[in-house]
Structure formats: C-alpha cells, structure tokens
Write a protein that binds this ligand. Sequence first.
Ligand code: B4P
Length: 194
Amino acid sequence: MINIVLFGPPGSGKGTQSNNIIKRFNLTHISTGDLFRKHLEEGTELGMLVQQYMDDGNLVPDEIVSKMVADKLKENNQSKGYIFDGFPRTVPQAKVLDQLLEDLEMHINLIIALEVDDHELKNRIYERGKTSGRVDDQSKEKAETRIRVYKKETLPIANYYKIQNKFYSINGVGSIEDIANNINRVIEEYTRKN
Ligand code: B4P
C-alpha cells in the first residue's frame, strides 16, 4: 500500500504525470479537478455550486472538496493505494486528508512536487486553453490568478510535509517521459527502503 500526493502549481503536469503513475503502480487516481469538471459537465448541484470558483481560478471551499474526497475514498476502499492529484490544496485540506486516511488505517507516504517556473506555467495553460474549452485556461489574467492563489494558499503545504520528511522535489520542466522516469525512481526507491 502506498499513498502519494502529486503536488505543484496549476499547469505543472500533475494530471499528465498521474496517468503514468497509476498505470505503472496500479494506484487509484483521485483528481479533485477532474471530479469537479465531471460535475460541471453533468450539471449536478455540486457542479453549479463550484462553477464560479473554478471559472475565476479560485479555490473551491475546503468543506466541499473534503466531502467529495471522503465520498471517493469510500467508493474505492479496496484500492492498493491512491494518487492524490490537486488535493490537498490548503493546509486544512492536508489535515482532513490525514484524518480520512487514519480512519482507514492508512497515511500519506510521499509527496512529490513538480517544480515549474511561472513563465512556463503560463505558456502551458495558454496552449492548453486553445483546445481544452476550460474557462479557467482562457486568459492570461486567470492563469496569473491561479498561480497567485497557489503561492498564497497551496505552497504552505510543502512545509507541512517537509516537517514529516515526506517531501520530494522533481524538476517538472523537460520531456514528459524524463519527468515520469524521475518520479518512478523516487517511488521505487521509497518502496525498496520501506
Ligand atoms: P486542476 O484540475 O487540478 O488543474 P491544473 O492545476 O490546471 O492541472 P495540472 O497541474 O494537472 O496540469 P496538467 O497535467 O493538465 O484544478 C482546476 C481547478 O479546480 C482549480 O483552479 C480549482 O478551482 C479547482 N480545484 C481542484 N482541486 C481543488 C482543491 N483541492 N481545492 C480547491 N479547489 C480545487 O498540465 C497542464 C498542461 O501542460 C497540459 O496541457 C499538458 O499537456 C502540458 N504539460 C504537462 N507536462 C508537460 C511537460 N513536461 N512539458 C510541456 N507541457 C506539459
């Protein structure tokens, strides 16, 4: 059993790299961004509740995200482990996740952070915006808002996990394959030692 948080700013490649990790290590993927987008697509009550936050590039309130993740964990309680992608995004969310996992007699083993500079992030978000149809990808201002929100609300989580010796930093600039190889190395080394 291994539980991993994939951490990084918007557009750093968390979704892209999660797809590699889940296949290689047979983990269940929990992406809060994907889950919210599904609710938006299906026009659910939750989707309507979160739409404005997402469209503006702001974070959805902690209680809403936490409840959605708790439900998802209940649905997949036979998993060999999880990759949390885009969650937690605030320190209160990190604490909720610890509690949810503790209730299931599990804990976070690793947090892998993708490091990408702001210029590259804005380019990627802009490029994705040409085809993604995502409202939050459509303007330079929204990309800037998302990066600003990340620095203010999400980055403090790094320290929360560094204190616990669980934090690993990876260069997120380069080919998708090279980055995936570097992530795999961290996970394999951890598994060998534990
Ligand atoms: P997310 O869906 O998590 O969106 P993201 O941060 O933009 O994506 P990611 O980092 O996964 O980038 P990707 O792989 O796609 O969140 C969206 C919104 O949902 C948030 O703004 C917020 O409103 C809400 N939300 C989600 N979780 C929340 C939470 N826990 N709390 C509160 N609110 C929450 O990569 C980006 C692009 O780069 C892609 O086009 C990809 O092809 C490209 N790319 C990837 N790797 C590359 C590489 N190595 N080189 C070049 N391009 C690369």
